[in-house]
Design a protein. Structure first.
Length: 100
């Protein structure tokens, strides 16, 4: 059985035992989190009003930062050049179960 969840404005397809990286969430390593399922699939698809009873249980594994991304800006003819960087923070979640 698998489920589609939404967190941080993105949707993820998860199964029990998966470890996913999502936008940073509050909580320490070892904390339990329940996420609402948008869609549950497997032998039979469940969505709409019927999926409201399903939740996805997850455990916070750790927090960290992704690889640095460099942003370059350039305008020709005016000697304008800028270079900045950004490291997005993430939370690693281990999916412990899909209940419903």
């Amino acid at each position: 059985m698998f489920a589609i969840i939404e967190t941080g404005g993105k949707q993820y397809r998860v199964e029990e035992g998966d470890v996913i990286r999502v936008e940073k969430l509050s909580g320490e390593a070892g904390d339990k989190i329940d996420l609402q399922a948008l869609f549950v699939g497997g032998e039979q698809a469940i969505f709409g009003q019927d999926v409201a009873q399903y939740t996805v249980s997850a455990e916070v594994v750790d927090h960290g930062k992704l690889k640095k991304i460099y942003i370059r800006k350039y305008k020709s003819g005016v000697q304008y050049r800028r270079r900045t960087g950004h490291r997005q923070q993430f939370t690693a979640l281990k999916i412990t179960g899909i209940k419903g």
